[in-house]
Design a protein. Structure first.
Length: 257
């Protein structure tokens, strides 16, 4: 984290976890009880309240080293405020990368809905360029609940799917085949990537390869879940067998350019 060009990320693991929680709930009051529950994933020590107070104090010094001088009230810290029975981290518009990511993603999806595939793809790339490594990847041993990282990764993958769909719609299927094969290998149960791979292969004249991709996807789903693939993936296979082109879900209105 940087503030006014100055790095201010805490070194202590629990303080970094606290900062991450407050940033994910920026400008909202986070109660002490909820913070304790999240920081220790539902298994807090008896000293949790005192420990949290210590982490907050240390984080305040990191965020604004000069505030604690001169006898100023720590509860009125310019960034990390005491609010009722909890804490609130003040973040201005555009200061959080995640907000920038979501703004660019929303703009891209608006362009996609209007049929501007080229503009949408550019916005999606701008949003994804803000991503650096695994979300909360340096907090794996902090005790922070895993669902926070999972939720952020879901947002990223959903946008990757949209960006690839826009690329296919623009006639760039050949360029995304390799990326899709890698995504299918990494996320074998994410059927939307298998659907896109089948479409991209079909668009490049590799209909047999697209059917093979379905066979691999089905095997992964059956072996892992014990069920057949979902209706969209099965429909893509039937369309290929019938000589048609699978749908590019959510992207068919795009204008090429």
């Amino acid at each position: 984290m940087h503030l006014a060009g100055r790095p201010c990320t805490p070194t202590a693991l629990k303080r970094r976890a606290l900062l991450a929680l407050l940033l994910l709930h920026a400008n909202k009051t986070f109660s002490v009880d909820t913070l304790i529950d999240e920081l220790w994933d539902g298994r807090p020590p008896r000293s949790a309240v005192a420990a949290l107070q210590m982490y907050v104090s240390g984080l305040r010094r990191t965020l604004d080293p000069g505030h604690s001088q001169g006898g100023r009230d720590a509860r009125q810290h310019p960034l990390l405020r005491t609010a009722g029975s909890g804490y609130l981290l003040r973040v201005g518009p555009g200061e959080l990368d995640l907000d920038g990511f979501r703004k660019a993603a929303a703009l891209g999806r608006g362009l996609l809905a209007s049929g501007d595939c080229k503009g949408a793809g550019e916005e999606f790339r701008n949003a994804l360029a803000m991503w650096r490594g695994s979300p909360l990847g340096d907090l794996g041993q902090s005790g922070l609940p895993a669902h926070y990282g999972v939720r952020l990764e879901e947002e990223r993958l959903a946008l990757v799917h949209d960006r690839i769909g826009a690329d296919i719609c623009r006639g760039r299927a050949r360029e995304v085949v390799g990326e899709l094969e890698e995504l299918c290998a990494r996320h074998p149960l994410r059927e939307v990537f298998h659907e896109q791979l089948m479409l991209a292969l079909a668009d490049t004249g590799r209909r047999a390869g697209a059917l093979d991709a379905y066979t691999r996807a089905r095997r992964a789903v059956v072996e892992s879940m014990g069920i057949e693939p979902g209706p969209a993936l099965q429909a893509a296979q039937r369309t290929l067998l019938g000589g048609g082109r699978p749908a590019n879900a959510g992207h068919e209105r795009c204008l090429r350019g």
